[in-house]
Design a protein around this ligand. Structure first.
Ligand SMILES: Cc1ncc(C[n+]2csc(CCOP(=O)(O)OP(=O)(O)O)c2C)c(N)n1
Length: 286
């Protein structure tokens, strides 16, 4: 197993444990997007965990903010000032892992969504700000403003009108430094998305002028390759539709009940056995 897969599995263990400890939260998305998050934080994002406010950092917006344990686990493993003790205090008053929506609390969290769709719209604004600042301040040989905005969005984000409006503007303005990864797991809060949402998201975004490609969201190398292609294209915004399974590798894989409730001790034990992780809570390998 590659180091990146080990990171992804560690993220799964941390997210499952934190939600269990808090007795509330959303384990399905962190388990389903562990490879996507690992690809972004370990290989793609240009950031400095020692200086989270560095002005020219790449931005990462968690539009599917309910999956915030994914982000907290990745920030901890990346070396941000977010010790494991804070992950153990997930969703507790006064902790550095308060949950979604969030702005200005946890080092490394740009913003995360409460109302679905909002993060994607925030990210369009951030990408637009980058383009305006670059045009105003960059000089030949001195690209002082030169960064990307990455987004993780879910089915619920894609259902919302605010995301559609912002995506239309991003296409019109050709915001080429905007990369949205869409966690297409076919599951929403009450069951299969087939119940309410059968449009072609790919067709809609192509019509807005976005470049769209699909990828296996559990193949970390394929996700890195897609992100790299998106970053290097330089022509308009990018949508990467990542096919995933909610609650991947747990007994609740593919089930809507994993969306917003703890997995339960038995399922967490089974998850760790499946991943080859020790049963020790909040385990991080050397
Ligand atoms: C505008 C808005 N409407 C409703 C909700 C309540 N809500 C939170 S998560 C969710 C379901 C999201 O499903 P999906 O985005 O597919 O996430 P997944 O189940 O894959 O984790 C809903 C309806 C919300 N947060 N915002």
């Amino acid at each position: 197993m590659s180091i990146l897969n080990t990171v992804a599995h560690t993220v799964r263990g941390l997210a499952a444990d934190a939600v269990e400890q808090a007795k509330s939260g959303h384990p399905g998305l962190p388990l389903g997007c562990a490879e996507i998050g690992t690809a972004i934080f370990a290989e793609v994002l240009r950031h400095d965990p020692a200086d989270p406010r560095w002005p020219n950092r790449d931005r990462f917006v968690l539009s599917a903010g309910h999956g915030c344990m994914l982000l907290y686990a990745l920030l901890h493993l990346s070396g941000y000032d977010l010790p494991i003790e804070e992950l153990k205090r997930f969703r507790q008053l006064g902790s550095l892992t308060p949950g979604h929506p969030e702005y200005g609390v946890t080092p490394g969290v740009e913003t995360s969504t409460g109302p679905l769709g909002q993060g994607l719209a925030n990210a369009v604004g951030m990408a637009l700000a980058e383009a305006i600042l670059a045009q105003r301040f960059n000089r030949p040989g001195f690209p002082v403003v030169d960064h990307y905005t990455y987004v993780l969005a879910s089915d619920g984000d894609m259902m919302e009108g605010v995301a559609a409006e912002a995506a239309s503007l991003a296409g019109h303005l050709r915001l080429s430094k905007l990369v949205v990864v869409y966690d297409a797991n076919g599951i929403s809060i009450d069951g299969s998305t087939d119940l309410a949402f059968t449009e072609s998201v790919a067709g809609r975004f192509r019509a807005y002028g976005w470049h769209v490609e699909e990828v296996d969201g559990h193949d970390v190398e394929a996700v890195i390759a897609a992100l790299t292609r998106a970053r290097e294209r330089g022509q308009g915004p990018n949508l990467i539709i990542a096919r995933t399974r909610i609650a991947r590798h747990s007994p609740k894989e593919g089930k809507a009940e994993s969306h917003g409730a703890p997995l339960g001790q038995e399922a967490v034990a089974a998850l760790k056995a499946n991943l080859g992780l020790p049963h020790e809570p909040f385990y991080v390998p050397a």
